[in-house]
Design a protein around this ligand. Structure first.
Ligand SMILES: Cc1cc2nc3c(=O)[nH]c(=O)nc-3n(C[C@H](O)[C@H](O)[C@H](O)COP(=O)(O)O)c2cc1C
Length: 387
């Protein structure tokens, strides 16, 4: 049975929306500010249903094996994704997997099975790891940055190869990290050629994997120049391989009746930051970033205030009235963004509110031809990134 299309999502060139699934405790900000966001399954099925009703087409689970950025409890991403899929009918869930901890054999098998159970609604985010303490705690080798990404590169090639290999010959691969001989996975995924593959970061290594092997390149929150240069750069790298890649960006959304009110909420989140946890997070990501050759890793230019949203979601500045936030979103589209990954302070009501207030406005602007001319959108809205 084909999933029903939401009335807001009929145009092929529409911007897509995702939301961060809160499958770890503490919400999406490292702050002691009160949040109406829960991390249990029952609440998450409610959020996913609200997202479906709102026209948000994807959810993204995160993978953690250990407390970090204050997230003292963490549900496992693949099983959590499957549990959400079984409670919903149309949303796609992007499950995070960590090469090293997962082998491509296990990931390909799990995700193919889930694709069958869910009628083609699973996708995968291959994350390369930044948290050394997590790897060493569970007895995994902590490879340096370039090697982690080289392993992810092979991992993604193996996923694709296993999922698409002909039944008669199966999948054969000989790499530095993985080897297969005539492996025939059955059943194959129902999505053809295979479930969508996301991966991201900011470093050269992450960009190269975006250019060479993944279908989607995920970015942390950023400003106008940060997004523009990264998108142009990854596109140029992909062209060398005769490929195109789609772009997804993270943005923390605060919609209120006035811009001042929205900024006030941001100040409160940052003012009540869990300082100890933010500083521990900064130390961990700096350890990871320090091993990139040219220090272009994610979080390289993030202030402590930025790190309160652990994927730099404040930098994207999706704060203000519904009209302001919709304008900022069409600006992102004009830069070449294909998907906006949202997060909220109060999941209990803000997913629904986003669907009621912001998404229809974005669709209206798209109908008016907005989001195509970067010079026009920058002229109109780009100044917000100068503040
Ligand atoms: C949208 C997004 C989601 C991510 N989710 C996870 C995750 O669930 N678990 C994890 O360990 N890392 C996650 N990462 C981190 C990346 O896989 C990678 O380790 C990080 O981006 C390092 O970036 P760098 O190569 O620029 O240093 C995520 C990154 C992005 C942009």
């Amino acid at each position: 049975m084909a999933a029903t299309i939401h009335p807001l999502n009929t145009e092929a060139d529409r911007l897509l929306f995702a939301y961060w699934v809160p499958n770890v405790s503490g919400g999406l900000v490292i702050s002691k500010v009160p949040q109406r966001t829960n991390w249990d399954l029952e609440s998450n099925i409610r959020y996913a249903k609200a997202a479906e009703a709102a026209g948000i087409e994807y959810g993204l689970t995160q993978i953690r094996f250990l407390a970090s950025y204050g997230a003292s409890q963490q549900h496992e991403s693949v099983s959590f994704s499957q549990a959400i899929l079984s409670g919903t009918t149309s949303i796609k869930i992007i499950a995070a997997v960590l090469p090293g901890i997962w082998s491509p054999t296990v990931a390909a098998k799990q995700l193919a099975s889930i694709d069958n159970y869910s009628n083609g609604r699973i996708a995968v985010n291959v994350v390369s790891g930044w948290f050394k303490g997590e790897f060493t705690s569970v007895g995994e080798w902590w490879l340096d940055h370039a090697e982690r990404y080289r392993r992810s590169h092979e991992f993604i090639r193996c996923l694709k190869g296993i999922w698409t290999a002909p039944d008669d010959s199966g999948f054969t691969f000989s790499g530095d990290f993985y080897r297969f001989t005539n492996y025939n996975l059955s059943p194959k995924p129902v999505q053809k050629p295979h479930p969508e593959i996301f991966q991201g970061g900011n470093s050269d290594d992450a960009r190269n994997n975006g250019a060479e092997v993944s279908e989607w390149y995920f970015m942390n929150g950023n400003d106008l120049e940060g997004f523009r240069t990264q998108i142009e750069d990854v596109k140029a790298r992909a062209e060398k391989f005769g490929r195109t890649v789609k772009f997804a960006v993270n943005g923390f959304v605060i919609v209120r009746d006035s811009e001042e009110e929205a900024i006030q909420v941001l100040r409160e989140i940052q003012g009540k930051a869990d300082k100890e946890a933010v500083e521990a997070f900064r130390d961990a990501v700096q350890t990871a970033g320090a091993s990139t050759a040219n220090k272009t890793g994610m979080w390289a230019n993030s202030s402590l205030d930025d790190l309160v949203q652990y994927n730099d979601g404040f930098k994207t500045k999706l704060f203000g009235t519904k009209e302001q936030v919709a304008e900022r979103i069409v600006l992102l589209k004009s830069l070449g963004v294909d998907l906006v990954l949202t997060a909220f302070l109060h999941y209990e009501e803000e997913i629904e509110q986003f669907g009621k207030d912001v998404l229809p406005l974005v669709r209206q602007y798209e109908k008016e031809g907005r989001g195509k001319d970067a010079a026009f959108e920058i002229e109109r809205t780009g100044h917000i990134y100068n503040k």
